[in-house]
Design a binder for this molecule. Structure first.
Ligand code: FE2
Ligand code: FE2
Length: 239
């Protein structure tokens, strides 16, 4: 076990309330499980999970003043709902107080609440782990999300984003534009991936399709009807 990880755990246990600490351990554990599945660096995934909510111990007012003091830029959405700031402030603490220099980890912490455009593998691992960790129980679709996370991370990410947006819309809360943009972007990623898979399936089907045999000389020799079709095509081409 890495001594830095042990020190961070010890510090978090002192600073976070017991519920937040258990959630943190659950997220770190789930980050590692997803990192195993998607062949990502286990240590980086664990650090991202451990530190993602390290600033969540402060109330909104304190977070606002801490961000102002540290000149951390705040969006309109964050000013409207300062609870979102625990992500940016958490990234600041991870770097300045816990000595994390790795930008991948800091960015994953920074976007773990809203998501963002062009999410990296670690961003997605943390975002999904935060939602599905074993201690979560409120969302009705959790069993499906947990399965999906280990089958298709992009699709799991999108399902979670859509579910959160649906919930926020139902509460009539103003929604942070980063959340909407992140969801749009993930829809594009999933659609492109599905189109690429469909293209491969179509090529495979064409390769084994009997109609493809029409252009095959061996099949023409075997099948007079095909020969006629081919001859007809050649005739048409000449005119
Ligand atoms: Fe969080
Ligand atoms: Fe969290």
């Amino acid at each position: 076990m890495n001594t830095k990880v042990l020190e961070i755990r010890k510090s978090l246990k002192k600073k976070l309330d017991p519920f937040r600490f258990e959630h943190t351990m659950g997220v770190a554990y789930t980050c590692q499980a997803l990192a195993m599945r998607y062949e990502y660096d286990l240590h980086k995934a664990e650090l991202a999970g451990l530190l993602h909510d390290c600033a969540k111990r402060f109330d909104n007012e304190t977070m606002l003043s801490k961000c102002q003091k540290r000149e951390i830029p705040m969006s309109d959405g964050e000013l409207r709902d300062p609870s979102l700031l625990h992500a940016k402030l958490g990234a600041w603490y991870a770097k300045e107080k816990y000595g994390v220099e790795d930008q991948d980890i800091l960015t994953a912490i920074e976007c773990h609440t809203t998501g963002k455009k062009d999410m990296t593998l670690l961003d997605k691992i943390l975002y999904v782990a935060d939602y599905i960790e074993p201690g979560r129980y409120k969302a009705s679709e959790l069993p499906e999300m947990r399965k999906l996370a280990f089958i298709d991370l992009d699709l799991a990410c999108l399902s979670i984003m859509e579910s959160i947006l649906k919930y926020l819309e139902s509460t009539n809360c103003p929604i942070d534009t980063t959340t909407i943009d992140a969801c749009e972007d993930m829809r594009r990623v999933v659609a492109e991936k599905q189109a690429a898979v469909q293209a491969v399936i179509t090529v495979d089907q064409d390769t084994v399709s009997p109609t493809k045999e029409v252009n095959n000389d061996e099949s023409v020799k075997r099948n007079g009807k095909n020969r006629r079709i081919r001859s007809g095509r050649q005739k048409r081409r000449r005119h």
